[in-house]
Write a new protein. Structure first.
Length: 129
């Protein structure tokens, strides 16, 4: 009962589109939340400059939609990169397997060549006697 609450929430005030909002976040995440709010506020300000005063709610919705679009594009890129990584790993496994087979064939060929050389040497030794 006397211990600290591991899930303690901290209160942070952020300003978005000229309005101050009091928000809760995990302890230690205050700066991150404030930075996210600052980025979102900048996006709203950029939209305000592009479209004029069309209302805070509309600007906020437009900013949220652009963030959601960027998130969807980022997720699409992540899926594509994960597929590319899987393909590279698969090709790497194939190359390693092919190299192993090549090394096995080379070793077998060298063993056969060594055996032939030994037979020739043995034949030469027997014929010179």
């Amino acid at each position: 009962m006397g211990g600290e609450d591991k899930d303690a929430m901290t209160q942070v005030s952020v300003t978005i589109a000229g309005h101050i909002y009091r928000m809760a976040c995990a302890d230690g995440e205050e700066e991150h939340l404030q930075e996210l709010a600052r980025q979102f506020d900048e996006r709203i300000e950029m939209l305000r400059q592009n479209f004029g005063e069309i209302g805070d709610q509309r600007l906020t919705i437009m900013a949220a939609i652009t963030v959601a679009d960027e998130l969807a594009e980022s997720r699409r890129q992540i899926v594509a990169l994960e597929a590319e990584i899987a393909d590279i790993k698969s090709n790497s496994t194939y190359v390693s397997s092919a190299q192993g087979e090549w090394a096995d064939r080379l070793a077998s060929s060298l063993n056969e060549t060594a055996a032939r050389i030994e037979r020739v040497a043995l034949d030469l030794n027997n014929s010179s006697r």
